[in-house]
Design a binder for this molecule. Structure first.
Ligand SMILES: [Zn+2]
Length: 67
């Protein structure tokens, strides 16, 4: 379950159209994860959301549909 209704951060990878699905409560967590999984030559940006972000709602809807 993602932090849909609270302020959080997502990673946006260079060269990818969609935001990373995973939401993080703090910029530090997002940054730490990004540094763990970043590939050579890849860059990323952290985007913050106040809540009700479209990416989390996508994930939420997908999970609901599969249940
Ligand atoms: Zn989100």
């Amino acid at each position: 379950m993602g932090p849909v209704h609270v302020p959080h951060f997502h990673i946006r990878w260079s060269g990818k159209e969609t935001l990373d699905w995973e939401g993080f409560r703090t910029r530090e967590e997002a940054e730490a994860r990004a540094k763990q999984v970043v590939r050579l030559g890849e860059t990323y940006a952290l985007e913050d959301f106040e809540g009700d972000c479209p990416r989390c709602l996508d994930v939420w809807n997908l999970k609901s549909a599969q249940a």
